[in-house]
Design a protein around this ligand. Structure first.
Ligand SMILES: Nc1ncnc2c1ncn2[C@@H]1O[C@H](COP(=O)(O)OP(=O)(O)O)[C@@H](O)[C@H]1O
Ligand SMILES: [Mg+2]
Length: 269
């Protein structure tokens, strides 16, 4: 699987001809998308276009009508149950709504995936939870707090810690900065970029935050007309002849320049 010519990117997730629908309504129609190891892919599209549906389908939370999904070179449909469960642990997720269970502390939330997939003694789960808490920049005191006792930014960080509980290769973040103020959102973006650099994480980020797209995303994909309409760099988006894409990226671009502009695609300090 890792035998590839040097310089060629490793495809970590490959979605081919994916069709998903509910009743008579087709939401995704023969959609194709590849995600490469180590990249931060920003995924955008109109509200209701199917961004969350795509994520939930890849996570096997929604059924698909047709198409294939390969994770780390393995096809979900052809592997046995043991391997499928092993693949599930390679993926982490931060859902758009209800990021944490309100009746559980931060520590207990982070330990949920560990309880589901691993058989670890309590002291080890505690140590791992504290490690994840530190990784996302929360104070250790947050461990025993309930979500209602945390700020919006802290909740997102705790939810990210839970997404990282099993040391995944790929994390799905569904609108992680929505509801945060611009400073909180910028700090969260910096954390994502830092985790990508230190852990070698691959990130699939659904976002409406143009600042995030400009500052941390290596590549952008646009969902439209039930498929990936265009993917590439910001320049590719700006050059793409589609009314929605044009108004989305050009309409607000000027606003984001202070946080975005340098050629490496990283925020200017
Ligand atoms: N479980 C479901 N049952 C029926 N329709 C759904 C379900 N989940 C999503 N949809 C529909 O699929 C479309 C895409 O939804 P979604 O992926 O949530 O959009 P977004 O791009 O805003 O994340 C919407 O029309 C939504 O109503
Ligand atoms: Mg959504």
């Amino acid at each position: 699987m890792n035998k590839r010519p040097s310089g060629e990117r490793e495809t970590i997730l490959s979605v081919k001809d994916l069709t998903v629908g509910f009743g008579d309504k087709i939401v995704l129609d023969k959609l194709n998308l590849d995600i490469y190891r180590g990249e931060i892919l920003g995924f955008v599209g109109a509200s209701g276009a199917g961004k969350s549906v795509l994520m939930r389908t890849v996570l096997r939370l929604l059924p698909r009508r047709s198409g294939t999904i390969q994770i780390l070179g393995s096809d979900y449909d052809t592997v046995d149950e043991v391997k499928r469960t092993a693949l599930d642990t390679r993926l982490g997720v931060l859902f758009q709504h209800g990021a944490l269970f309100s009746s559980l502390t931060v520590k207990e939330n982070i330990q949920l995936p560990m309880r589901e997939y691993l058989d670890l003694p309590r002291w080890l789960m505690d140590e791992l939870a504290y490690l994840k808490i530190e990784l996302v920049g929360l104070h250790p005191d947050a461990a025993d707090k309930y979500p209602s006792e945390l700020s919006g930014g802290m909740i997102k960080r705790a939810a990210l810690a839970r997404a990282l509980a099993l040391d995944p290769d790929l994390v799905f973040l569904d609108e992680p900065t929505s509801g945060l103020d611009p400073i909180g959102a910028a700090e969260f973006d910096e954390l994502i970029a830092q985790l990508r650099d230190t852990l070698g994480l691959t990130v699939y980020m659904v976002t409406h935050d143009l600042d995030s797209l400009f500052s941390v995303c290596d590549r952008i994909a646009v969902l439209g007309q039930k498929r990936v309409l265009v993917e590439g760099t910001l320049d590719d988006m700006l050059a793409f002849d589609d009314a929605w894409v044009q108004s989305y990226f050009k309409g607000k671009r000027a606003r984001s320049i202070p946080r975005a502009e340098n050629s490496a695609g990283h925020p200017v300090e």
